[in-house]
Structures are given as C-alpha cells and as structure tokens.
Ligand binder design. Sequence first.
Ligand code: GCU
Length: 331
Amino acid sequence: MIKFNYFKKQFAICVTTVIGLLLTSCAAVSDTKVLYFAHSLPTSHPVHKGILDMQSILNEKSGGKLQIKVFPDGQLGSEREVLELLQIGSIAITKVSASALSNFAPEYQLTVVPYLFRDDAHLWRNLEGEVGEQLLSSGSEYLLRGLCFYDAGARSFYTKEKPINSPDDLTGLKLRVQNDQMSVSMANTLGASATPMAFSELYTALQQNVVDGAENNIPSFVTSNHFEVCKYYTFDEHTMIPDVVIIGTKFWNRLSGQEKEWLLTASKESVVKQKIYWKETIAEQMEMLKKNGVKFFYPDKKPFQIKSKPVMENLMKDPQMKALIDKINAN
Ligand code: GCU
C-alpha cells in the first residue's frame, strides 16, 4: 500500500508538472487562459455538479477567455497532495473539505468543532457572512485563497457490524476520520479509536476490516459505494464541515482584475445551484439506500453534544479561535 501510494504521488507530481508547462504555453499562444481544477469526488457527486456550473458560468461571463478544466476523482492526488500542488503553482484550483484545509490554514479548524453550527440556516449565515469571509481570506497567507463554500451537509457515523445509538456504542470502534487533528480529536473524545486516512483508501479499509466504520454525509457515503459494506447509518450529525473552492495565490496573482472578478462571480453564483443539487440528491439517495438494505438511526443528539464538548473547549484556549467561535455562537 505504501509503495502504491508513493508511486501514485510521484505520478501525480509528474502529471502536474507537465500540466504546469502546458498551462504556461497555453497562456502564451492565445488570449484564452485555462485553469486546471482538481478534486477528489466522483462525477456523480452533487459537489462536482456545482463545479460544472462554475465552469459554464465562467465560460459565459468571460466569453470563453477564462476557462476551467476539471479533473475529478482524485486523478491528480489526495486533497492534501493537491493543496500542496496549488501552493507550488502546478495546479490552479481545487475543492477540498474545510477540514483538509485546517492542516494548512488553522482558522478552518473551527469548521470541525462538533455541534458548533445549530442548523443549516446558522451554518450559511456564518459562512456567507463575516466569519466566512475571514476564513476564505485566511488561506492567502498560506498561498491558498478561498473563493466560495459549497454545501457538504452534516457528517454522521456509519458502521459495519452494529448501529450507533449513543456515544457508548462508539467505544473501542476503529473509525476512519479525515486526516487532520480536529477530526482525530472529535472521534477520540467521543470514545472511538480514530484512524485517519485518505478518502480514496477507505473502501478497501472497510472491506478488509482495517476500520469498523467511518463518518460522512449521505452523498459521499453513496458515491463512494461505502453503503455496500456499511449497512448502519446514524444521523447524529456531529459536524457540518463545508467544502471549499480554493485557488493557489500563484495563479490568482497572475490574473487581471477583470479575470479575478469573473472567477469570483462564477464561483459565488455556482453556490446557489450547488445547494439545490445537494438537497435533491439526498432525497433520491435515501430512497436508493433503503432499497439496498441500509438502516437509518436517529439517536438523541444530546449525549453526543455533551461528550464532544471538550473539543470546542480545547480549541477555545487559543484567543483567536475563541473570538471566532464566540462570533458564530452569537450570530
Ligand atoms: C466529504 C468531502 C470531501 C472529503 C471527504 C472525506 O465527502 O466533500 O472533500 O474528501 O468528505 O471524508 O475525506
């Protein structure tokens, strides 16, 4: 596995170096600029559909002068690898989970705090308000400028052998979480044994009992086919971690004022439809999951909230994070 990942990474680096060269030459021979956009989700995912909207809005606004070419499915590497490729300027744009970004720009850690956002309205009031703007621009210091947030719903636990009805049911379970400190601490604080790994490795890890379960939103549970292996899905909705569209500042700084405006408007406008795709997809997918023998559970969330409280308390020891979290709570 290690060897395979090593070669995959080397391959991604080679491919992106070639792409980097191609990009430079593209820009030199015509006045059309093509920005490469890599992400890890499959094409059936509602987030990918939002990205395709962004692509067509940009094309329309710029009269084809500024375009996006999309590489889905982790073709160019894991979220972490692609963020690194953005930093060195080999790829222009990506879409990652805010938790992957928290490894680079620490402010994003707050998006991984369990039960911080009370509901959808509270989440979007903050993401599309002052806090969201602050998060998006916080990445620039790390060469990763945020363009917009996409809906990634709420994350819940899903398991292979037994349903989760209370935090006690998590005790001792090996659960895959995303590769960041906050996600690890979330699962461990709830009593599980956190196993961080890349999303692309999870299907095999579930099949081979390397882990007993994982946590994600419904569209990712479905499009990754994890539902074939895990038949228990519990709506504890511990986090609402948005997806984020990011442009590397190496590319951003090379765009003209007009090009920046096209890109910003295209990304912001695409969010409206992406949120609709999200809701429609979930409704359809829930039906499909039921037909495929997945059982849903709706536990009392209170014990999960109480047990996971230390995650927020710990983060709030940092005065900057405390100020942001207080702002969210008061909003
Ligand atoms: C979500 C998110 C992805 C992320 C995945 C994960 O599906 O949209 O960007 O990779 O979670 O759990 O790793």
